[in-house]
Design a protein around this ligand. Structure first.
Ligand code: GLV
Length: 309
């Protein structure tokens, strides 16, 4: 039994080093080095190259190194019978919550505008919003959505949620399914998308949805670029219905330099940094599942292939 790490960014060595430090007896390889393919039982992956998961005849689990697994399903070559797990981690959840809180307060207090004004030595006080002015609607009440709701409530926000199945979350009215979606949207002055990207949720942030939001709502997408129809967002900001948007994720990353989001004064973009897996925090759950594979026990944080998350 052995572990292979497959990712195309510059973090492969950090993951390998940390895994080795925590489990000196387990053989751990980067996919880029010579490694015995038949020994690999666990593949830890993040945006793997297409076809890279087809070479392991004894693979028993594909572990996403992040919360999302959409990139695994997108790769048609990924074997269909192998269980997939994802990261469910309190650090990932609190990082996300801190980021969304920062975006909301930044927007409320016009901080980006003042930064731009500062560069031009412009003194131009503007009206600001208060926490008591708005209701925050969270789409997607999984581990990340729930933590965000909890922290927003601690910060005196009124919070509502929307999920595909009924949820019981203290202090949050959670609307459920298609039939309650428009009621949820009609109350969301700040809409935060934290949905998994699936066939059902692709393109969900579109003009039909924006139309249901109260006038001058603010949209935050920290889930996946595929949730958003870019042209529809531009249309609804430019026609004045939406006040603006905070976007951390994009169809194409890095975002093309030609994309109108870069220079739009009402769109705040960040380079997919809302919440990045913390290696030390995630490693114990990878090793726990490695042990479970060995013992033939059910895996933690297993993904439901039917649902796609
Ligand atoms: C980040 O985007 C993740 O899925 O963890």
């Amino acid at each position: 039994m052995a572990i292979v790490i497959i990712r195309q960014d510059n973090k492969i060595d950090s993951w390998k080093k940390a895994l080795k430090a925590n489990a000196p007896d387990i053989p751990i390889y980067s996919y880029l080095e010579e490694h015995p393919k038949e020994e690999i039982t666990l593949a830890c992956v993040w945006k793997q190259p297409v076809d890279s998961l087809t070479q392991y005849p004894n693979l028993k689990c594909i572990a996403s190194l992040g919360a999302g697994v959409d990139f695994i399903f997108k790769d048609q070559s990924v074997p269909e019978n192998i269980p997939i797990t994802r990261v469910v981690d309190p650090v990932l959840a609190s990082d996300m919550s801190e980021f969304v809180l920062a975006l909301i307060l930044n927007y409320f207090k016009n901080l980006n505008n003042y930064r731009t004004d500062q560069m031009k030595k412009v003194w131009y006080p503007q009206e600001y919003k208060r926490i008591s002015d708005v209701t925050v609607g969270i789409m997607g009440m999984g581990a990340l959505g729930e933590k965000l709701a909890e922290d927003l409530i601690k910060n005196r926000f009124e919070v509502i949620g929307w999920a595909t199945s009924p949820k019981n979350i203290p202090g949050v009215e959670v609307y459920n399914g298609d039939k309650e979606k428009n009621t949820f949207l009609s109350r969301s002055n700040i809409l935060v998308c934290l949905l998994p990207l699936t066939r059902q949720t692709t393109g969900i942030l579109n003009n039909k949805l924006f139309k249901e939001l109260p006038k001058q709502s603010y949209v935050i997408n920290v889930a996946r670029g595929g949730h958003l129809v870019d042209e529809d967002l531009l249309e609804y900001i430019n026609n004045g219905h939406l006040a603006g948007a905070g976007l951390d994720v994009f169809h194409e990353e890095p975002l093309s330099v030609e994309h109108p989001f870069w220079t739009h004064p009402k769109i705040h973009i960040t380079p997919h940094v809302a919440s990045v897996s913390d290696i030390e925090s995630v490693i114990p759950q990878l090793l726990e599942n490695y042990g479970r594979l060995k013992e033939g026990l059910p895996l933690n944080n297993a993904v439901n292939r039917e649902k796609g998350y």
